[in-house]
Write a new protein. Structure first.
Lengths: 157, 436
């Protein structure tokens, strides 16, 4: 019906709503006790707001994007075909990070190997060969993969 | 004139480069280095062009069908506009900017003014600060921006123009970094029509009077300008001379969007109060829309807590609501805006600001009818109603007659043939990362 999804965790347009209790969006608990403005109740420290997966996976909403994974070259680190990955652009890619890079006009997910003067994009599946980035070439990094999300019962969504 | 004494305001205008095209490129690397044109949804005219498209001589507003030959020879990519995506990316850019200073004033979907005089000591120079802003927005969101810095909004806007047109400045220009004589020479090379608020007609009149460049205008006496032109032009000249006196509202915004928002005097917590305020801003914006004879195809609603306060919980959000049919009807727009507000409203926060931005503007009466168009009779009726509404509000003051609307109806999204996915807002349309 509408142009956005309800469970849109990562959009800055739709707020982070990733309920621990299915069906009900997360809400900030409200105090029913009146308290003078400027002096928060000491009880505030003890209120549990429930678990929000976005708090766990997303550090900066502005720089975090989600991708659909297509292919099995990363299966040995537990990133499978059809998984959704959480990619943070604010993180600087370092040797050993799993990254989304731009290769031949496509986004590709690989492990970054950058040591001993060699830059390679490496798969986590022995069936795939590493891709060497030559010295004259520039590696375009979209962002660093900071999480994987998989719905074990996708039909029930 | 352009000295930067402490306490005096200093503005940075951050403007996204070819914003709609840049949004598309973030998610589709194949568009890199190719001429890209984003088209209006209803009439297929160019509303955004990549640098490559500009270099081919494609003008703003040029109809797509006229470009057919160019398309064949140069492989131009024409995309339908995707306001859901642009709205989301705009929110992200604004969020990054708010990480630098809470004092961010959104001027349009791709431009914001920052008050930066308090950030003076954090960087060796304001140019360095501008570069830091530019680098972070690019890194975090993928959107390239230019930054113009000056003691008034008009000068910041002008500095931005200079940053954009002169590659040697690397996207950031601070007017104060030039000595007065240097600056005079620079401004003497810029057409007077580039000044913020100087439209084509006024530019023609100015040129007729021998005022051809920004420098010519800057040397005018504000009083003389007032006598021959208008109060707004007087203020523009004062601003060019370094005296801040323009509010954003004074300047007709670019015709591509209309923004209406305000900060509350007191913090607002309830959805009811926010709805009331938002309805009145939408009413205002719809009036402006009708004044300029346009309709809009989508609108963006945003809410914000007070970013200056560090004690309370902070929340800011926005959402784009596409309209089933382009409209300038206050009732339609208020209904859509309140629908959006409900979607982003969260209890438990104290809100400082809400507002609306009308997007996808097109001349009224030229839009394509869709399957779900209201009956013609209804449309006539609504035109009549709107002119009564505008008339009464003009006569008896704003908000004499306003909308008491809430609730929502089904809405259909206008068809757009070459529209890209909503990469950031729909689970089913996420970009693909290949693991092959």
């Amino acid at each position: 019906m509408s142009s956005f999804v309800d469970l849109n965790g990562l959009s800055t347009l739709v707020p982070i709503v990733w309920p621990a209790n299915p069906g009900k969006p997360k809400e900030t608990p409200l105090f029913l006790v009146k308290c003078p403005a400027g002096f928060p109740s000491p009880a505030a420290d003890y209120v549990e707001s429930g678990l929000d997966l976005n708090d766990y996976l997303v550090k900066h909403r502005a720089s975090t994007f989600m991708f659909d994974v297509c292919g099995d070259s990363m299966r040995n680190v537990g990133i499978f075909d059809g998984d959704k990955i959480v990619v943070d652009r604010s993180v600087e890619a370092r040797h050993g990070d799993i990254i989304v890079a731009v290769l031949n006009g496509e986004h590709t997910v690989k492990r970054l190997y950058a040591a001993e003067g060699i830059v390679e994009l490496r798969a986590e599946n022995p069936l795939y060969r590493p891709i060497r980035i030559k010295e004259a070439e520039e590696l375009h990094v979209f962002g660093v993969v900071v999480g994987v999300v998989r719905n074990m019962r996708p039909c029930s969504r | 004139m352009l000295s930067l004494e402490q306490g005096k305001p200093l503005f940075a205008l951050v403007d996204c480069n070819n914003f709609y095209c840049s949004c598309e490129r973030v998610f589709n690397p194949k568009l890199e280095n190719r001429p890209v044109v984003v088209l209006s949804n209803n009439d297929g005219c160019a509303i955004a062009r990549s640098n490559e498209a500009k270099a081919l001589g494609i003008r703003m507003g040029e109809p797509w069908f006229k470009l057919r030959d160019l398309v064949k020879h140069h492989g131009i990519v024409g995309l339908s506009s995707n306001y859901t995506l642009y709205g989301d990316m705009s929110q992200r850019v604004m969020q990054v900017l708010r990480g630098f200073t809470p004092d961010v004033e959104v001027y349009s979907i791709d431009e914001s003014f920052l008050r930066i005089e308090r950030m003076r000591r954090l960087w060796p120079s304001y140019t360095d600060m501008g570069q830091a802003i530019r680098a972070r927005v690019r890194q975090w969101t993928g959107i390239p921006v230019c930054v113009g810095i000056g003691p008034t909004k008009t000068l910041a806007k002008l500095a931005n123009h200079i940053a954009k047109k002169n590659p040697q400045f690397d996207g950031v220009f601070d007017l104060a970094s030039y000595r007065p004589a240097q600056l005079d020479a620079l401004l003497a090379k810029i057409d007077v029509g580039e000044v913020w608020g100087v439209g084509r007609r006024i530019a023609e009149r100015l040129k007729h009077a021998g005022i051809h460049t920004v420098q010519d205008l800057r040397l005018m006496s504000p009083k003389v300008v007032r006598a021959h032109f208008s109060v707004v032009m007087e203020r523009t000249v004062s601003e060019l001379q370094g005296v801040p006196c323009l509010e954003l509202e004074d300047i007709a915004p670019p015709k591509k969007q209309i923004v209406s928002s305000k900060s509350f005097g007191e913090m607002v917590a309830s959805l009811e109060e926010l709805s009331e305020a938002l309805s009145s801003y939408v009413t205002r914006a719809a009036e402006k829309l009708r004044e300029q004879g346009s309709v809009c195809g989508a609108l963006q609603v945003f809410v914000m807590t007070n970013q200056f306060r560090t004690d309370g919980a902070q929340y800011s959000n926005g959402i784009v609501i596409p309209l089933p049919n382009p409209s300038n009807n206050t009732l339609d727009l208020v209904q859509a805006a309140l629908f959006g507000l409900k979607a982003i409203y969260r209890r438990g926060y104290l809100y400082k600001k809400t507002g609306v931005m009308l997007l996808d503007l097109a001349p009224a009466g030229q839009t394509q009818a869709s399957l779900f168009d209201p009956l013609e009779e209804q449309a006539k009726h609504s035109d009549a109603l709107m002119s009564v509404l505008d008339g009464l509000n003009r006569k008896f003051g704003r908000d004499t007659l306003c909308v008491a609307a809430s609730g929502t109806t089904r809405r259909w999204v206008a068809k757009a043939e070459n529209k890209t996915p909503c990469y950031t807002t729909r689970w089913g349309e996420l970009p693909k990362a290949f693991a092959r």
